[in-house]
Ligand binder design. Sequence first.
Ligand code: ADP
Length: 210
Amino acid sequence: MNPIELNKRQEDILQIVKENGPITGEHIAERLGLTRATLRPDLAILTMAGFLDARPRVGYFYSGKKTSVKMTDSINKLKVNEFHSLPVVVPETMTVYDAICFMFAEDVGTLFVVDKNEYLTGVLSRKDLLRTSIGTQDLNKIPVHIIMTRMPNISYCERKDSLIVAANKLIERAVDSLPVVEPHAEGLKIVGRLTKTTITRAFLSLAQNV
Ligand code: ADP
């Protein structure tokens, strides 16, 4: 990773922390004649880049850690459990027409399909539904299990998985979302939804979580 180029204010902050750390964000801001809110993005960058360490109720102190090590540490600690959203699930018997309406109503891009025992059997994406709508079939007569991508071809993740592993599955399979599942002897119970938005939210949290 290339060394990060710091701006003048970030250099000033580093100097203050080197000389006075541990020091709170408020005190750094006071010394610079700025508000804590103004400094927040700079402190986030310095912490993320590994120049500073932050301890709750103690403050910032200078860290000798290498940027790449600190970044990798932070990213590897992110777990699916902390970020996934609620799953949106439909029965295999639902018609394609109703699934389209449901997808609009729920404002999601992927529906997960379950059997009567609530185990995962399939995935329906926007294009799966669109493809079927292009034809001349009666959408009220086609159940979603006819058109869905089905098990065992579904890529999924578990709550305990690292977000990096899940992100890699999204990219490798070129899909928008993964069901978050809990394996049972009889099948997979769906407990969440992990999407590209989830990864974006996690990415943002890395910069804000200071
Ligand atoms: P879209 O097709 O609307 O852009 P995706 O890229 O997510 O959405 O889906 C592409 C294809 O992959 C669809 O046929 C869909 O059923 C299937 N698919 C979506 N998610 C998964 C998944 N987690 N595992 C396996 N196949 C999936």
